[in-house]
Design a protein around this ligand. Structure first.
Ligand SMILES: [Zn+2]
Ligand SMILES: [Zn+2]
Length: 394
């Protein structure tokens, strides 16, 4: 029983008493009387970190003198405030001095004074951070405030500069506090959702969460941009295609892209290419007896992509390669001249789109029809061009 009591008192003293550093009281550092005694309603939600600027101090007596000077400055010289601005001040030896303390409203962070504790490191910390003793004292002080109900358990820690146009608490000190666990980035920007006319304010969050939020945003942007890189595809309905008489699914992503030419008339407008599409479909269905136009896609010299069997239907264009490829055919005979650049670009965009949407494997092989069967397709001139394209593997 006694053993248990001793254990409990050890735990109690560890959690509570030890958490609070020694605090040099106003009486001890010989503070002037405050001219105002507005009480602070606790627990507060915020802790703000400041530096005083000016010389630092590293003993109880030196820091007491320094804090008397700061109070004099705040009340009589630089400002005519009703007391020293901060709730607490900390010296380089880890001395903690009471400013307005836990229960009085400070005047250190405009807009937040009635819901925050302001802790100021004595000195200037633009290029050098405070000593480890001083930093430890601040952490102990905050833990003490939480343990005694002055600071909310889920408080938000910020630097003065996070909410005001100021260098405070100095670059070096700011970099230190940004690594403390309760440090939060707060988005001041509120925005209105047009349809509901409602203002949404984002909560404060840790830098890690902000990083994740940014990554998600970037990947959404990337996906949007990839999706937008898909060319406009003229649908079967738009070019007046007949329904297929039968259909088999194609397993995607396919690992090959096979390039063809139709070896017929060229076309360079929506109307002439659509007519050509209907001719080719008729030829494939009536003369060849296939279920549908053979290719997965066709490309005209109007720069448009025309839907053949599409991404998900097994094509009839390269025999044994049909189940493992997508067949793209340029409309026209491309033996003596290559397709124009708008047609070539449309085909490249179509392939990129297929990869982005995972219809085509990222490591696909690009081939001419002649690389997988005995044929002159896709014509010498076009074949010469695609040999220079990425992923070409004969
Ligand atoms: Zn400040
Ligand atoms: Zn071919």
């Amino acid at each position: 029983m006694i053993r248990l009591l001793i254990a409990l008192s050890v735990i109690y003293s560890t959690v509570y008493s030890d958490a609070c550093p020694n605090i040099v009281s106003r009486k001890e550092w010989k503070a002037k009387k405050p001219e105002n005694t507005d009480r602070l309603s606790t627990p507060v939600s915020n802790v703000f970190i400041h530096h005083t600027t000016g010389p630092s101090c590293s003993s109880r007596s030196a820091c007491s003198e320094r804090v008397r000077n700061i109070q004099y400055g705040h009340m009589q010289v630089d400002h005519s405030w009703d007391d020293i601005a901060y709730s607490f001040l900390i010296g380089q030896d880890g001395t903690v001095l009471e400013g307005r303390g836990w229960s009085m409203r400070g005047i250190h962070t405009r807009g937040y004074n009635s819901d925050s504790i302001g802790i100021s490191f004595i000195g200037t910390f633009n290029s050098n951070s405070p000593s480890s003793a001083a930093l430890q004292a601040a952490e102990d002080l905050i833990a003490c405030g939480v343990a005694n109900g002055y600071i909310k358990r889920n408080y938000i820690l910020k630097g003065h500069r996070d909410v005001a146009r100021t260098q405070c608490p100095g670059g070096a000190l700011y970099n230190v506090i940004k690594t403390w666990p309760q440090y939060r980035i707060c988005f001041k920007a509120a925005f209105t959702v047009r349809r509901y006319r409602r203002t949404v304010v984002r909560p404060c969050e840790s830098p890690g969460v902000t990083m994740i939020r940014l990554l998600v945003l970037l990947s959404v942007l990337y996906a949007t941009i990839s999706a937008q890189s898909c060319p406009t595809i003229v649908s079967r309905a738009q070019w007046g295609g007949k329904n297929p008489t039968c259909r088999s699914s194609l397993r995607t992503p396919v690992s090959n892209v096979i390039i063809h030419h139709t070896e017929g008339a060229f076309c360079n407008s929506r109307a002439t290419c659509s007519a050509q599409m209907r001719n080719i479909q008729d030829f494939h269905m009536k003369t060849r007896g296939w279920c549908d136009i053979g290719y997965n896609f066709l490309v005209g010299e109007d720069g448009a992509v025309y839907e053949g069997r599409g991404w998900n239907t097994l094509g009839a264009h390269a025999k044994s390669y049909n189940p493992i490829s997508s067949g793209i055919s340029f409309i026209g005979s491309l033996t003596n001249r290559p397709p124009n650049s708008v047609a070539l670009n449309a085909a490249k965009q179509l392939i990129a789109c297929g990869v982005a949407r995972n219809f085509i494997n990222r490591n696909y092989a690009l081939k001419g029809h002649r690389n997988v069967m005995s044929t002159s397709c896709p014509g010498n001139s076009l074949y010469r061009v695609i040999q220079g394209w990425p992923h070409f593997k004969p």
